[in-house]
Write a protein that binds this ligand. Structure first.
Ligand SMILES: Nc1nc2c(c(=O)[nH]1)N[C@H]1C(S)=C(S)[C@@H](COP(=O)(O)O)O[C@H]1N2
Ligand SMILES: [Mo]
Length: 316
């Protein structure tokens, strides 16, 4: 048991990786489709990978003017450089390994401390919700960033549907667990699948927290967490769980995938904080994908005006 858990720690510790491991500038440009020699997708393959996975109900909403910016990352970068360990830990290969992943139809269960537990067919849910576009800065704990136009609706709107009970203090969620469709689950059995994450209830209800069904005005590509994911822009990217199938409201702080794998390196709160170094690298700056331009990382990833009031400063 000891040997096994040491091995888990070693692997996990290696696998959320600093820049030296996750790639160099040339590889990232190549991954993002900027046409360096030696890399080309067949025309047909490229079309298949961009094809919407669930086009019939998806609605691109209008951009919310409160959440707009002019430094949006190229779509090819956001869809070609992904962390989705259920498929592979090679960020540039995720999109090539998602072909078998079935994302339509899709159901999401909401249960736990709610008056109205329910299982929703995602299309029905999306049609009931008011979708909008928001451009958010996205910051991975590995010290890279992107700026992505998300389509979605506030998580608070979904939680209200289920009528939370007063005792609900936290929320937790799980990604689909389909080893036959997710090759990384089979090749990396040492992780505690399925991927699971959570938030404190006030964080979940914060108006910034989105349920995303699209990016760049299109349905979420599979590599970005189709058909539905959570986006929490003031926290490191690993909190923004992909391909959610189950949501539960609970009393106690839930365990989370990375916190359980490597507790010394990844906390439950994981708020973006340039002043608090990761044990193996600084968090003061990040590299913008795909140009690799160095940027200062702002506290709470730039969203302090919306979220700082939720924290006393001792959350980790
Ligand atoms: N289920 C699941 N969700 C996940 C991950 C994952 O491996 N599995 N990776 C996380 C990490 S570390 C990041 S940085 C973001 C990446 O999102 P993107 O590929 O859309 O940029 O997804 C997060 N959500
Ligand atoms: Mo990440």
């Amino acid at each position: 048991m000891l040997i096994r858990s040491k091995r888990i720690w070693d692997r996990a510790a290696r696998e959320i990786t600093p820049e030296s491991v996750w790639g160099n500038r040339r590889e990232i440009l190549r991954a993002a489709g900027f046409g360096l020699a030696g890399w080309a997708l067949g025309e047909q393959e490229a079309r298949a990978q961009q094809a919407p996975s669930h086009p019939n109900w998806f609605q691109a909403g209008e951009r919310n003017p409160r959440f707009t910016r002019d430094d949006i990352s190229p779509e090819a970068a956001a869809t070609g450089f992904n962390n989705f360990y259920e498929f592979t830990l090679d960020k540039q290969q995720v999109r090539n390994l998602v072909g078998k992943f079935q994302t339509d139809p899709w159901r999401v269960e909401i249960s736990g401390l709610v008056n109205k537990p329910m299982t929703l067919e995602l299309g029905d849910l999306a049609r009931r919700m008011q979708t909008e576009e928001r451009v958010y800065r996205f910051r991975c704990v590995e010290a890279w960033s992107m700026v992505v136009p998300w389509n979605g609706f506030p998580l608070a709107d979904l939680i209200k549907l289920a009528e939370p009970k007063a005792e609900a203090r936290y929320i937790r969620w799980w990604t689909a667990q389909r080893p036959a469709e997710m090759p990384g689950m089979v090749s990396q059995p040492w992780y505690k699948w399925p991927y699971y994450e959570g938030l404190r209830m006030d964080e979940a209800l914060n108006p910034l927290t989105l349920v995303a069904t699209g990016i760049y005005g299109k349905p979420l590509p599979k590599q970005n967490g189709a058909p539905v994911r959570i986006v929490v822009p003031w926290k490191y990217g690993f909190k923004s769980i992909k391909s959610v199938v189950k949501i539960e409201l609970v009393k106690r702080k839930p365990a989370t995938f990375w916190n359980q794998a490597v507790p010394a390196e990844y906390g439950f709160f994981a708020n973006v904080n340039p002043g608090k170094a990761h044990p193996r690298w600084s968090q003061a700056t990040d590299k913008r994908i795909p140009t690799m331009e160095t940027q200062s990382t702002p506290i709470y990833n730039g969203y302090g005006e919306y979220v700082a009031g939720m924290y006393q400063g001792n959350e980790v």
